[in-house]
Design a protein around this ligand. Structure first.
Ligand SMILES: [Zn+2]
Length: 88
């Protein structure tokens, strides 16, 4: 097996984009083993499509975590209350 530096960049595509996308949430949660984590990271570096997807997913997750720590904005809860009144 040649050292990783001698690998042609195309070898990074051995993990196809679909598999990448399936593993992105595990990647963000640091649930992958080191080898898979590195493969995903390298793939995102050479595949703009997956890079954008990864960044979007990362931002969405960050946003969700951020929202969890805050109470709902007032207009949201008002809307919800109106909705539930209508349902009564
Ligand atoms: Zn890709």
């Amino acid at each position: 097996m040649p050292p990783p530096n001698h690998l042609h960049p195309n070898h990074l595509y051995k993990v196809c984009c679909l598999e990448m996308i399936a593993r992105l949430s595990e990647y963000i949660d640091n649930d992958l083993d080191v080898e898979m984590h590195t493969t995903v990271k390298r793939h995102a570096r050479v595949c703009p499509q997956c890079d954008i997807f990864l960044k979007t997913l990362q931002r969405t997750i960050d946003l969700c975590k951020h929202l969890e720590t805050r109470p709902l904005p007032e207009f949201f809860s008002q809307k919800l209350r109106k909705k539930s009144w209508k349902m009564l």
